[in-house]
Design a protein around this ligand. Sequence first.
Ligand SMILES: NC(=O)c1ccc[n+]([C@@H]2O[C@H](COP(=O)([O-])OP(=O)(O)OC[C@H]3O[C@@H](n4cnc5c(N)ncnc54)[C@H](OP(=O)(O)O)[C@@H]3O)[C@@H](O)[C@H]2O)c1
Length: 315
Amino acid sequence: MRAARFHHYGGAEVIEIEEVAKPQPARREVLVRVAASSLNAGDIAGRQGKGRPVHAGKLPHIPGYDIAGVIEACGPGVTSFIPGEQVYALTGLRAGGNAEYICLHQDKLGYAPASLDLVSAASVPLAGMTALQGLYGRASLRAGQRLLVIGAAGGVGSFAVQLGKIAGCHVTAVCRDHQVAEILALGADATIDRTREDYSKLGERWDVIYDAAGHLDFAEARRALGPAGIAVATRAYPTSMLAARLQPTGQRYSFVITQSRGHDLALLARLIDAGQLRPLIDRVFPLDQIQAAHRYYEQGGIRGKVVVAVAHPLL
Ligand SMILES: NC(=O)c1ccc[n+]([C@@H]2O[C@H](COP(=O)([O-])OP(=O)(O)OC[C@H]3O[C@@H](n4cnc5c(N)ncnc54)[C@H](OP(=O)(O)O)[C@@H]3O)[C@@H](O)[C@H]2O)c1
């Protein structure tokens, strides 16, 4: 099968399209023919050799944390899916989505939203579940609360804005000027242009501050958090953890690591098929142009998600 792989860390140029062995499903695994995968911040960090040493000693590596595709075969003990079904998933730490086939444990899969094509569906799993688990899980978002989403135009942020509205919150989105129209169209009640204003110095207070940018400074966020508010981070910063520990108040700080859960994918699919949630897709690149996709994503200023179409034409 064809796959995008890198044999050493570096810039986008290290990723090559290569012929690799097609995987065989083990017990409780399904073999998925991949239609598309989407880019996440972790793909860039992984290629650069940054972050968790998940690839250490495991090169060459196939990137891609999100997939959507069609089940081609089921391994022994698979009871939840049958060949031919359209599914989507967060692959987990070993990534592997930028390939024509991938084997995944059945518990990681969800049925792809029926109302989306598979290219669009591939933009949902990691970003959607990150926002879902941070806001509905950790922050226990409730109707009537004021939610601030930092990094609202990114992959995670664009889902966070919509999940905030679905929960009945007043949502303020921090983004750049050229992203405002899309973010208001997702339902945001107000926006803050991060190039001109500092949310923590506006004199406003939020019940929940959700950091979908990965830069939350809790000491700063406190100025904008209500007395019993919670700041939920997508990246752990020791200074923020320390600030929360050294000066305990009613204000809480929490960092969430996204889990790969079939039942969360099922909820996201229901919300999408009900017309309440939609992926915001900036651009789709074919697998052959994976280097260009990485470079485009790394420029920043993206509106939503960048998708890599693995199988063209669509399955
Ligand atoms: N904990 C976990 O398990 C987990 C899972 C998934 C993702 N994450 C993390 O979540 C974060 C978001 O991921 P993503 O895939 O949504 O990334 P993304 O698509 O690149 O989105 C990040 C967004 O944050 C904005 N941004 C960057 N710096 C900012 C700043 N200083 N202030 C305000 N906004 C800023 C970016 O805007 P511009 O591009 O316009 O600068 C972009 O819109 C990343 O840090 C990622 O590592 C964590």
